[in-house]
Design a protein around this ligand. Structure first.
Ligand SMILES: Cc1cc2nc3c(=O)[nH]c(=O)nc-3n(C[C@H](O)[C@H](O)[C@H](O)COP(=O)(O)OP(=O)(O)OC[C@H]3O[C@@H](n4cnc5c(N)ncnc54)[C@H](O)[C@@H]3O)c2cc1C
Length: 323
């Protein structure tokens, strides 16, 4: 009997399982191997790009997603120092905590017939183990942090850029708000990694958070290195962040994870050559990578603030989505 073993039970791994179950021949077994206990909080902005709806419909997980009660997000608001730029999204996006989203997808895979295990001795066919470790020098390293807040909600995903950091504020389920940022270690260490102090360093951000009350601890992760592109996992199909890790401010990582996971699961089930699968992934993901790289250089070079009023926000949003 053919065994489709999928290493990692995050969004990419669960999407791979759902797609493999749809495309398998009747005698193949699908197993997801997840080393950690779920559900758990993961550091993430928890913003889901509008196109996630079509991906989840294709995987048969849309109804369960809606039942989890995601917030609707219809606008973006970018803040650079004292300047702000607002625009409407082409279609509504969603906000759902990773606590709920990852569990919902894994439950869907389980209900569709996947086994879920905590370890395996067999080689995986799909590798969906998330970001790879990086070797950036101390001080330069980037860390992510997030907490949930309660208080008045808003239909905009807001991004605040300051001091080589950015912090996103966006609604999630049950009237909560996600606050998630990314900053260099050298900046965070000035505040002893006390994130309540870090978010106060941007005036516009501290005004935005003023009516809100933090209801979880701060979670942190790192070091992070974005722009890692297109891993080759030998005979296995890499998916999600294990395949490529796009800069989180694009808010397209989860979409890319679910999409590449679904592509990997199908490829594994039908026996598509790994090289062909990787070529398809590159065609889908290359553009968001390139555009995110240009935007990152604009932010680091300090010219994003000057260019922001000229940049067509809807076009930038479209260019940072996987094809
Ligand atoms: C600060 C920050 C903010 C972000 N904000 C957003 C956002 O707002 N919107 C968005 O779309 N994206 C965002 N992202 C990106 C998004 O979080 C990732 O793209 C997404 O988590 C990738 O999913 P994945 O399934 O590939 O990996 P993961 O979610 O990392 O899942 C991998 C799973 O594999 C398991 N695992 C690892 N090794 C093994 C092993 N050896 N055996 C078994 N299991 C293993 C792990 O426990 C984990 O559960 C953000 C990322 C960061 C860092």
């Amino acid at each position: 009997m053919k065994c489709i073993n999928i290493l990692g039970g995050g969004p990419a791994g669960s999407a791979a399982a759902l797609a493999a179950l749809r495309h398998r021949t009747c005698d193949s077994a699908v197993t997801v191997i997840e080393k950690s206990r779920l559900p758990r909080h993961k550091v993430c902005g928890e913003f889901l790009s509008p196109e996630i709806a079509r991906e989840l419909e294709r995987l048969g997980a849309w109804d369960a997603f809606v039942e989890a009660g995601p917030a609707r997000v219809s606008r973006t608001m970018l803040h650079f120092g004292s300047r702000s730029k607002s625009s409407r999204l082409p279609e509504p996006a969603f906000g759902l905590s990773r606590y709920a989203f990852d569990l919902m997808l894994l439950d869907q895979a389980r209900a569709a017939g996947a086994d879920v295990a905590s370890e395996t001795e067999k080689d995986p066919l799909v590798v969906a183990t998330g970001r790879r470790a990086t070797r950036t020098s101390r001080g330069q390293r980037l860390f992510g942090f997030k907490a949930h807040f309660e208080g008045p909600t808003d239909d905009a995903v807001e991004l605040f850029f300051f001091e080589r950091c950015y912090v996103g504020v966006s609604s999630i389920e049950a009237g909560k708000t996600n606050v998630c940022g990314l900053a260099p270690e050298s900046f965070l260490s000035r505040f002893g990694f006390e994130y309540d102090g870090v978010v106060m360093q941007c005036r516009a951000l501290s005004d935005r958070l003023q009516p809100l009350r933090r209801v979880t601890q701060w979670f942190s992760t790192g070091p992070l290195q974005y722009g890692q592109a297109f891993a080759d996992a030998g005979h296995a199909y890499p998916a999600g962040d294990a395949l490529s890790f796009v800069d989180p401010f694009t808010g397209s990582g989860l979409l890319a994870a679910v999409r590449s996971g679904a592509m990997a699961g199908k490829a594994a089930a039908i026996g598509q050559p790994v090289g062909d699968y990787l070529r398809e992934c590159r065609a889908s993901l290359r553009q968001p990578f390139q555009i995110a790289g240009v935007l990152r250089r604009a932010l680091e070079g300090g010219w994003a603030e000057k260019l922001a009023p000229l940049a067509p926000a809807r076009l930038l949003f479209a260019l940072t989505r996987p094809k």
